[in-house]
Design a protein around this ligand. Structure first.
Ligand SMILES: [Zn+2]
Ligand SMILES: [Zn+2]
Length: 125
């Protein structure tokens, strides 16, 4: 799998038994839906996985219109109303989420999975 933003190879990173994909180039992190669910109860997961340079992540944040590395669907840019400085991209098809380096650490809210899922479920009704 290649990074949806910079096209570098993604490497598998395992943290507390949960496997995620991290870009070897921009250090962005891709989470499949089930990975997010597994991770939400793992303490310190954000710091353990999101090791990239936030400054580099910020640069990559400006790359818009990216496609899901799993199924090619155009990702939707999401903004958290409580933390409007953080943008991330989510797939409306498989519910995967891409965080630029530094963003996941910033945004390690427990309810992330629920908020992403609820948003899409509401939109589909
Ligand atoms: Zn990348
Ligand atoms: Zn997808």
């Amino acid at each position: 799998m290649n990074c949806p933003k910079c096209n570098a190879a993604m490497e598998k990173v395992t943290y507390e038994g949960v496997e995620v994909d991290r870009c070897t180039g921009c250090q962005g992190v891709w989470f499949d839906f089930r990975e997010q669910q597994q991770l939400k109860n793992v303490k310190g997961a954000a710091a353990g996985i999101d090791v990239g340079d936030p400054a580099a992540g910020q640069k990559m944040n400006e790359v818009g219109k990216i496609n899901c590395p799993r199924d090619g669907v155009l990702l939707t840019r999401m903004v958290d109303l409580k933390q409007p400085h953080i943008w991330y991209e989510a797939c409306p098809h498989c519910y995967g989420v891409f965080f630029d380096a530094g963003e996941f650490k910033d945004y390690s809210r427990k309810t992330l999975v629920e908020s992403v899922r609820d948003l899409f479920v509401k939109e589909r009704k």
